[in-house]
Every structure is written in C-alpha cells, then in structure tokens.
Design a protein around this ligand. Structure first.
Ligand SMILES: NC(=O)c1ccc[n+]([C@@H]2O[C@H](COP(=O)([O-])OP(=O)(O)OC[C@H]3O[C@@H](n4cnc5c(N)ncnc54)[C@H](OP(=O)(O)O)[C@@H]3O)[C@@H](O)[C@H]2O)c1
Length: 245
C-alpha cells in the first residue's frame, strides 16, 4: 500500500495504516464503501466481489480506530454480519488510546425486521445496539434479549438523535459501513463528515445497487479530497464533506 496524496510515501503494516485513519476523540461520522468504477456497491448482492486485500486492510484499519460501527439492517441481512473481531495487537493499541478493546456495533432499522438467531447478536461480551423506533421496539420484544434497543423516533429513526444517543454512551467516532439507504440519509441530513471510498478497477454495469441507492439527491453534495492511497490496483480515497473554501 502507498500514499499518493497529500504526501507520497509507502505504508508498511497494520499500525501505519491505522495511523492514516486515526481520528481525534470528538464526534465524527465516517462512511466507508467499496465501489466499482461505475459506482456500484454490490455484485450478486454482496460487496466482497468488488473488494481485495488492500480494501480489506483499510476496512480493518477503520474498524480498529472506530468507537462504533453503524450499519443499516439491509446490509446486516444481506451481508450476514457477524460480531467484530480484531487481533490482540490491535486491541492493545485501542486500549493504549483509551478506547474499548472492540468497537460496538449499532444496527439502524425502522422495522427491526431482524432474526434474533443471527450470528451478529451471538459473539461478543457486550450486546450490539439496535437503533430503532418506538413502534418496532414494542413489537419486537424478543430482540431485547440479544440487543440493547435504543429508541430514536416513533415511526422513523431520527439519525441526529441516534448520534446523540451514541455520544452519551461515549461512542463518538462513528464508522458507517453502509449500506446505500443509510448512507443517503446521513448525507441528506447533513450528518456525514467523511467518505472513504475504495474504487475497485472493475466495471459492472447497471442493474446493481449504487452508492446512494436508486433515488437522486435533491441537491448535489460537494466533497473535498483529503487523501488517496493505492494498493492492489485500487484507489482508496478519503473525502471531507463540503466544498473547499
Ligand atoms: N460496497 C460496499 O461497501 C457496501 C457496503 C454496505 C452495503 N453494501 C450493499 O448494499 C446492499 C444493501 O443496500 P441497502 O440500501 O438495503 O442497505 P442498508 O442501508 O444497510 O439497509 C436498508 C435498511 O436499513 C434500515 N435503514 C437504513 N437507513 C435507515 C434510516 N435512516 N432509518 C431507519 N432505518 C434505516 C432499514 O431497515 P428496515 O427495513 O429493517 O426498517 C432499511 O430498509 C447490499 O447488497 C450490500 O451488499 C455494499
């Protein structure tokens, strides 16, 4: 892996890559996606056919520095999400930065249409969070046994409230791992700070889910390039939300 921008240079090892993605202990919402060159986020319903070793390393580095992983229910269902696992050395580096050994997982869902037997709920010492509505929490009391239910809205999840709830739990550095529906809401609500986008050297054509789902934005969003890495024929770009002033 090598850095192309802003300062060209080589990167060796997981710790150096983590340093690229380190964040100060303050509210920050980062999204991470891998897309084809034509902006599609899945092949056969999964993101992994678009990825590769460099993308996987960056994905793990971003997990390594996050307080919480925010993910939409569609991605949990489709990608069969499991509990977060990090190497012991990564966990040590987290503790040295006063972070918990592992990031929390927070699933966002209006309907809470999730399987309580899914592997995501089974693995860690601490229950994942399920950010949902009052209506769904009332209907799905079975999920309370496997997840900590965080009610943020009556019929629809209010993401600003959700981020505030995460902050009160000390979860400030948020890594959103998708999918497109959740990402789009963060963008339109003005809640996203950063987009990390791996572009895979592949073209897949229409008929696949795109980065923002299938609805246009009411207004184009402007972003500013903050960094570019290269590895395995992939460009790993980092953008700050907002145009350069
Ligand atoms: N390439 C990549 O990096 C990448 C990353 C992630 C996902 N993906 C792909 O994206 C596809 C899934 O797309 P998707 O748009 O369905 O993903 P998604 O955003 O994870 O899931 C949509 C569902 O999540 C919940 N949700 C999302 N935003 C919400 C909000 N603001 N408030 C309340 N609930 C919200 C809703 O769940 P309920 O219906 O339960 O209410 C909604 O139906 C999969 O094929 C996956 O492989 C690719």
């Amino acid at each position: 892996m090598r850095r192309l921008y802003p300062t060209p240079g080589g990167l060796t090892g997981a710790a150096e890559l983590e340093d690229e993605y380190l964040l100060p202990a303050a509210r920050h919402v980062r999204a991470n996606f891998v897309t084809s060159l034509d902006g599609m986020v899945e092949l056969g319903g999964r993101s992994s056919p678009l990825g590769g070793p460099a993308d996987r390393e960056a994905f793990m580095a971003m997990r390594a520095v996050a307080d919480v992983i925010l993910v939409g229910a569609g991605t949990v269902r489709q990608e069969k999400y499991g509990p977060v696992r990090l190497d012991a050395t990564v966990q040590e580096r987290r503790r040295a930065r006063d972070q918990a050994a592992l990031p929390k997982v927070a699933v966002v869902s209006n309907r809470a249409d999730l399987d309580p037997q899914a592997k995501l709920w089974g693995g860690g010492e601490a229950k994942p969070l399920l950010i949902t509505t009052a209506a769904a929490a009332e209907a799905r009391t079975d999920l309370a046994a496997v997840a900590e239910l965080v009610v943020c809205g009556d019929q629809f999840v209010d993401l600003q409230l959700a981020l505030d709830e995460l902050s009160t739990r000390g979860l400030q550095r948020v890594l959103c791992e998708g999918g497109p529906t959740l990402f789009r809401t963060l963008v339109t609500a003005g809640l996203l700070d950063e987009l990390c986008l791996t572009t895979s050297a592949r073209l897949v054509g229409p008929g696949h889910r795109g980065l923002l789902g299938d609805q246009p934005l009411t207004e184009p969003a402007s972003l500013t390039l903050a960094g570019v890495l290269e590895g395995d024929e992939m460009l790993l770009s980092r953008y700050a939300l907002g145009a350069q002033s």
